[in-house]
Design a protein around this ligand. Structure first.
Ligand SMILES: Nc1ncnc2c1ncn2[C@@H]1O[C@H](COP(=O)(O)OP(=O)(O)OP(=O)(O)O)[C@@H](O)[C@H]1O
Ligand SMILES: [Mg+2]
Length: 313
């Protein structure tokens, strides 16, 4: 079942197109990483999905409810953590969550229950009585997450939840998101690609307002240009080795990256995706009795996908 359906979402600011004709769907239970360079249109797309920013054209629905025609129903199924969590510095953590719960229409005894639940879930117990102004950035992010979780929505939309955090905090928030992902559908934007590789089972790449890809990480890395790349370090006649490598069929290009101290040449061999040129390369170098100290076949990751889809050259 589709949790989110975006159809031909389009957003212009004046004459500038921020998001161009974006269509995608997200199934219940999916953990989706939303990737793209700065200014690509991630936040704009997320805001349109939440219904907080009306699109210039196109529609979005959450759990079957159009976010503009049925905003209340749609929002009941969704928790949103914006890019810069707007918190009230002069409130205590539990006061702020109480205030947010009431704004969301949670009432009576369930306010207390809900707050206890999200405080526990987000590890905020030690800080529940602290003034928000005294919280570290990581704890502020937790408050933002706790806010998004109020009402226990099926879908969480998190705009850069680990932005500005140190490596330890990033790990803690990542673990928190991972645990939330067990019983929620999650869309999160981030610039940390390893994070997406670790948590997400679907990736949407957006660049200059265009959706470039929407697929599983495995499908995206499969068949990449980077997939056939081999790097080599050897000592000896550079020109001769390059020539012999280039004569080998699957090889498309040989690049001399640099010469390292001690006269070691580092070569990058680009070949057809899915081929492995290591054996042949080693044989060529060995046939001249040149010493070789390194040979490595690149295993493509999401960073390669990202670079290939968003590079400007
Ligand atoms: N209210 C606005 N008025 C004019 N331009 C805007 C407005 N909001 C966003 N933009 C522009 O739309 C483009 C997309 O912005 P958006 O915030 O969606 O990017 P992003 O992918 O979230 O980037 P980042 O990684 O920096 O958060 C940018 O060029 C931005 O300057
Ligand atoms: Mg953004």
């Amino acid at each position: 079942m589709s949790m989110v359906i975006a159809e031909h979402l389009h957003k212009t600011f004046g004459r500038f197109v921020a998001v161009r004709d974006a269509s995608f769907s997200i199934d219940k239970g999916e953990i989706v990483g939303f990737l793209g360079p700065n200014g690509a249109g991630k936040t704009t797309t997320m805001k349109m999905i939440t219904g907080y920013l009306p699109p210039t054209a196109g529609t979005a629905s959450i759990a079957g409810f159009d976010v503009l025609k049925n905003p209340l129903e749609a929002r009941r199924h969704m928790g949103y953590m914006p890019e810069n969590v707007p918190l009230y510095d002069d409130m205590r953590v539990y006061e702020y969550l109480e205030y947010r719960a009431r704004l969301k229409g949670i009432c009576g005894s369930s306010v207390r229950q809900q707050i206890a639940f999200v405080i526990d879930r987000c590890g905020l117990e030690p800080k529940r009585k602290n003034m928000i102004s005294t919280l570290s950035k990581g704890y502020r992010q937790r408050v933002g997450l706790a806010d998004a979780l109020l009402g226990n929505p099926d879908l969480l939309i998190l705009d850069e939840p680990t932005n500005g955090l140190d490596p330890n905090q990033i790990r803690q928030i990542r673990e928190l998101v991972r645990s939330l992902a067990e019983d929620h559908t999650v869309i999160l934007s981030t610039h940390i690609l390893s994070e997406v590789e670790q948590i997400c089972n679907k990736v949407i790449i957006i660049d200059q307002g265009d959706i470039k890809a929407a697929d599983t990480p495995a499908n995206l890395t499969h068949g990449l240009r980077a997939a056939g790349r081999v790097s080599i370090e050897f000592k000896g006649d550079l020109e001769c080795v390059v020539k012999e490598l280039e004569a080998f069929a699957p090889v498309k290009k040989v690049i001399h990256e640099e010469t390292l101290p001690g006269g070691w040449h580092r070569l990058i061999v680009r070949a057809e995706p899915g081929t492995d040129t290591r054996e042949k390369a080693a044989a060529i170098i060995a046939s001249h009795s040149f010493p070789m100290r390194h040979i490595y076949r690149h295993i493509p990751n999401l960073e390669d996908v990202f670079v290939e889809m968003t590079r400007r050259d």
